[in-house]
Design a protein around this ligand. Structure first.
Ligand code: ARG
Length: 561
């Protein structure tokens, strides 16, 4: 119905609308929409008139048994079960909203891109969740998808690690605690550096820079350290990504690009795109794109920066993968940086569409009720710890039942990931264990439970029939019209990179299903064979949508829960 409305708005007024349907008092109809009120103002028309125009277009579709205009311009519709059933029959064999919008085009999706200096923290939870969902949505819409984990494995962290390791750690400690020891060393060294600056000294800071320069010059000792630390850190990143059930095709980090970046900077200097300052640093002016601040692409001491590596990354991707689109799943704090980077890409004549897929923070409630960004001072911050705790909570939810360990992991991940998609990604999310595991509310486990239940019914009774001619689909009217919306939801979620549309849709489907069970017996309680075959057939489609839709969000359906 949303799709029909959008098509009508396109045809009558040439605009794209995103309208939410509401459910009026049943005496007025099945659905109501205020689309006419939404459109009237920008069109400069009388809302009532717009409503009448849309209403007659709706009547012409033949999908509704009744269309009425009420009040200042609300439209109420009653859906005809017969027309729906027919539509269902035609669309039944179609894929679940998968389409070919991206056919012949290549997209690079970059996630979760953690930094290697510290253990994987909740700071890289959203990049993984949102990036993976973007990957899934792009695949579902026919794109050729290349995924890349842009590791933060270069720059000051290495210098800090080496300096700190020599001062504050030992082979034994590193052997024993792995990445957690590296993280400890990193934090302790940062603290020492800060104290030193306050004293007006630079001894440690110089040492950090020395090691970086040695590394860039190919010094053997520096290379050995780097290799050893990276192995530990990368092993840990892979462990965490496996637990999160995300992966990428490539893993080309900053370190891989640093040498190429320095070469590219030299070329830009020659061609006049970049400019060298008196102190030796090199910048790319971006005035023509409205930036007062240029992008710094090389430090005065000649070392590469974050932007140097990104410059090389863009060129490498262009030369090797010829992408039409690049999606970077990175938090909101880097918005300015990416806008500069994309301006530089334009300046270099790169034509792909670049998207910064940004999102808000993950916040936590303080004891006094205020909220702040999740941090190590308060509660969990390590990803492994968060996953352990989630598994404990999931275990408690299914307490006393015979549930597979694998299913407990699926529930734990389902709860954590779903919470990422409950509202528009740009909003900050409040992380609260009770909400994300709420079996009666808007949560991953609620949707998973609905899917598990429908699967159990199908396991016991079979899949029914895709379409039963002659059966009156009236009891299934709401569910079927919801099913029919799915392809459009996927299309929009992919086009706008808004996976929360999928989450909201699945939650509504679960609620619709629960209402349905209350009113309609499916396989027991005096249903005849025709009813049973038709109803199980509808549930089969529902089950497939749950699996597919949750899969778009990186969530699996447990066997039992
Ligand atoms: N490692 C970075 C961070 O955690 C994210 C990298 C984003 N990608 C990029 N091409 N700069 O902040």
């Amino acid at each position: 119905m949303e799709k029909t409305l959008n098509e009508i708005a396109q045809r009558l007024y040439g605009v794209d609308v995103d309208t939410k349907l509401t459910r009026p008092d049943p005496q007025f109809g099945d659905y109501a929409t205020n689309i006419a009120l939404q459109l009237a103002k920008p069109l400069g028309k009388n809302p009532r008139e717009v409503a009448e125009e849309i209403a007659s277009a709706l009547r012409e579709t033949g999908e509704f048994s009744e269309v009425t205009v009420a009040g200042p311009g609300f439209i109420n519709v009653r859906i005809s079960a017969g027309a729906l059933a027919e539509k269902l029959q035609n669309q039944w064999s179609a894929t679940f909203g998968e389409n070919q919008d991206g056919a012949g085009k290549t997209v690079i999706v970059e996630y979760p891109s953690p930094n290697m200096a510290k253990p994987y923290s909740v700071g890289h939870l959203r990049p993984g969740n949102q990036g993976w969902a973007a990957r899934q949505l792009m695949k579902a819409t026919g794109w050729n998808v290349i995924t890349d984990n842009h590791l933060g494995d270069y720059g000051a962290p290495l210098g800090i690690w080496i300096t700190g390791f020599r001062l504050f750690s030992s082979d034994e400690a590193l052997e024993r605690d792995g990445v957690y020891e590296l993280g400890r060393v990193y934090i302790e060294t940062k603290k020492a550096l800060k104290e030193e600056t306050e004293r007006g000294e630079t001894k440690l800071a110089d040492e950090v820079q020395d090691w970086l320069q040695k590394f860039e010059a190919g010094d053997e000792e520096a290379l050995n350290y780097s290799q050893r630390f990276n192995e530990i850190s990368l092993g840990h990143i892979h462990t965490v990504m496996n637990r999160l059930k995300i992966s990428t095709d490539f893993e080309l980090g900053e370190a891989f690009f640093a040498p190429q970046g320095k070469e590219a900077v030299q070329k830009l200097l020659t061609s006049g795109v970049a400019v060298q300052n008196e102190d030796g640093s090199i910048i790319v002016p971006l005035d023509e794109f409205g930036f007062d601040v240029p992008l710094l692409v090389q430090k005065s001491n000649g070392t590469a920066l974050y932007a140097t590596t990104d410059l090389a990354t863009m060129l490498y991707r262009q030369d090797n993968w010829h992408p039409d689109k690049i999606i970077h799943a990175v938090g909101a704090e880097q918005q300015f940086y990416f806008s500069q980077l994309f301006a530089m890409a334009k300046k270099l004549g790169l034509e792909m569409e670049s998207i910064h897929l940004w999102f808000g923070t993950i916040d936590q409630l303080n004891e006094d009720g205020t909220r702040e960004k999740m941090s190590s001072r308060k509660g969990v911050v390590l990803m492994e710890e968060l996953l352990n705790q989630a598994e404990d909570k999931a275990r408690a939810v299914v307490e006393g039942r015979d549930i597979l360990e694998d299913d407990i992991k699926k529930i734990a991940l389902g709860a954590i990931k779903f919470s990422d998609f409950m509202s528009d990604r740009r909003t900050n999310i409040l992380f609260d264990w009770n909400t994300i595991f709420a079996l009666t509310g808007y949560s991953g486990p609620y949707v998973q439970y609905a899917a598990v239940r429908v699967n159990a019914i199908l396991r016991e009774n079979g899949n029914g029939e895709a379409f039963v001619a002659g059966y009156d689909y009236s009891p299934e009217k709401d569910i079927i019209s919801h099913i029919l919306e799915y392809p459009e939801i996927v299309r929009r979620a992919a086009a706008e990179l808004e996976p929360h549309r999928i989450a909201g849709y699945l939650y509504e489907l679960a609620r619709e299903l629960n209402r349905y069970y209350e009113a309609t017996p499916v396989a027991t309680g005096g249903v005849d064979d025709t009813q049973k075959a038709a109803r199980l057939g509808v549930l089969t489609k529902v089950s497939q949508i749950f699996t597919h839709g949750l899969g778009l969000l990186g969530i699996e359906v447990p066997e039992r829960m």
